[in-house]
Ligand binder design. Structure first.
Ligand SMILES: *Cc1c(COP(=O)(O)O)cnc(C)c1O
Length: 475
């Protein structure tokens, strides 16, 4: 029963293909959001007691039907959310191939093609960010969280060579890393996971434009050094989650260089600007980063999860992750190749890079630039249509992410009102949109173009939904 045979297998493949095609062509017409009712879902699951086997087509249909019903449809063109894309066709194809061939990337000799494809991509993306391909190294990861965690580990290993063997307890001063108050919270988690504690992630205030305040950074580092603490890493963000702001990368790179500490640029979403010639300038300075996080499962629209960690220090992943074992394959000993398990925190590892490789191979850099440009144009359009209806954008970024308040209401910048508007829109199923707080204080509505298929009529529909919600929320 684990492997289906003959006609039965053929029918399952066919049904699967039909389901994928139907989702690709019809998701646009569906509600964006599901009903949130855990009891209903749990009672659907009751019939699966795993005592009586279910026929394969029935099991498949169950999954398809209820995925339609019970998820926020991130591939929907009216999902204005948190960088979750509509996956590329070739990315879906790749993930299916990977499941079927099931390559094991831990050791090069088990998956030579897969590992060489990933290394080829690492060098190609490194070049886009201005790294020298001769010294570019990196690894694919589950996502930005793992890539950022990897960055903290490599920075620790570089700065405190004894860290790999004796750990943080052996260090003389408390290690500190610096993030802006608008940085992603994966660094607080990473600081914990590295045994530093989340307080080791020092938050530097942001300036008026929501970018890291570089003077505050420099003086905080000086102060911390003076009190015997051990700064080892600065994190700059290229495209903040809240509002798409790019920290002043070149000025931060100067501070890192002067202070001789590791510079990491978290470009999980915004890094895709490197693929669009007229946007490339917003990333100026990123080539000076010791390491970079870039998520292909965000703005490059491949299925989750596809994080990328890049570095221009070719030995550091080895120093950070290599442990010697007697049981791993050794057929490739003597070849100039890398066993992935010696360069990442994962051991058994899925072929993450294929969905990026096939998507990029088919679209080309130019195809991606065109898609990204389109989304930027939709962002501009959204900004204008919002303004025309009395909503007031409050962030300034060339990336397609708009934070805004309601200029037509006296309570239009209050979180109770903005949350109520977002909830009206979301529960109506017309679109998905959210609220957040900029710099931890200013409440805003937030809409991001994450889908290359979002069209002008989808933008208009969002603004109409917001106008409708405005009328429904009491003052
Ligand atoms: C999304 C994001 C992350 C976290 O990445 P995951 O892929 O969700 O793990 C980190 N930093 C930034 C700036 C992000 O946008």
């Amino acid at each position: 029963m684990l492997r289906l045979e003959g006609q039965e297998r053929a029918e399952v493949w066919q049904r699967l293909m039909a389901a994928l095609e139907e989702y690709a062509t019809r998701v646009d017409t569906h509600r964006v959001t599901p009903e949130l009712n855990p009891d209903k879902i749990r009672s659907l699951l009751k019939r699966f007691d795993f005592e009586a086997p279910v026929p394969p087509l029935e099991a498949l249909d169950f999954a398809v039907r209820n995925l339609w019903e019970y998820q926020t449809h991130t591939p929907h063109p009216r999902y204005y959310g948190l960088f979750n894309p509509a996956p590329t066709t070739m990315g879906i194809v790749a993930d299916a191939l990977v499941a079927a061939f099931n390559p094991q990337l831990a050791a090069w000799s088990h998956s030579p093609l897969a590992i060489e494809i990933e290394q080829h991509l690492i060098r190609a993306f490194g070049r886009r960010f201005g790294y020298d391909p001769a010294t570019t190294d990196g690894t694919f990861a589950s996502g930005g969280m793992e890539a950022n965690h990897t960055a903290v580990l490599t920075a620790l290993t570089q700065h405190f060579p004894e860290f790999a063997s004796t750990g943080v307890r052996a260090l003389t001063g408390q290690p500190l890393l610096y993030v802006s108050a608008e940085a992603h919270h994966s660094f607080h988690k990473a600081a914990r996971l590295c045994g530093l504690g989340s307080e080791a992630a020092r938050e530097i205030p942001v300036s008026h434009d929501l970018g890291m305040n570089v003077e505050a950074l420099a003086s905080q580092i000086a102060h911390d050094r003076h009190t015997g603490l051990a700064p080892f890493m600065i994190v700059a963000t290229a495209g903040t989650t809240n509002s798409g702001i790019v920290d002043p990368l070149a000025a931060i790179a100067e501070v890192a260089w002067r202070e001789k500490i590791w510079l990491h640029v978290d470009a999980a979403w915004g890094g895709a600007a490197a693929l669009v010639p007229e946007l490339r300038g917003v990333l100026a300075g990123i080539e000076r980063a010791d390491s970079i996080t870039f998520d292909a499962h965000k703005w490059l629209s491949v299925p989750m999860g596809a994080g990328i960690y890049l570095t221009r220090h070719p030995k550091i992943l080895d120093q950070t992750f290599r442990v010697v074992t007697p049981y791993m394959p050794r057929e490739a000993a003597g070849l100039d190749v890398v066993d992935t398990c010696l360069h990442t925190m994962q051991w058994s590892r899925r072929f993450i890079g294929l969905k990026v490789f096939l998507s990029l191979a088919v679209a080309g850099w130019e195809g991606y630039a065109t898609a990204l440009r389109h989304m930027v144009a939709m962002g501009e359009r959204l900004r204008h249509e919002l303004q025309a209806s009395g909503w007031e954008p409050v962030n300034q970024t060339p990336l397609p992410l708009v934070c805004f308040v309601d200029g037509k209401r006296p309570d239009g910048n209050k979180s109770a009102y903005l949350d109520a508007v977002a909830l009206e829109v979301v529960t109506s199923g017309k679109a998905w949109i959210s609220t957040t707080r900029l710099a931890g204080t200013t409440p805003v509505l937030r809409a991001c173009i994450t889908n290359y298929r979002t069209q002008p009529e989808d933008i208009t529909a969002l603004v109409e939904a917001l106008n409708w919600a405005r009328g429904r929320v009491r003052g």
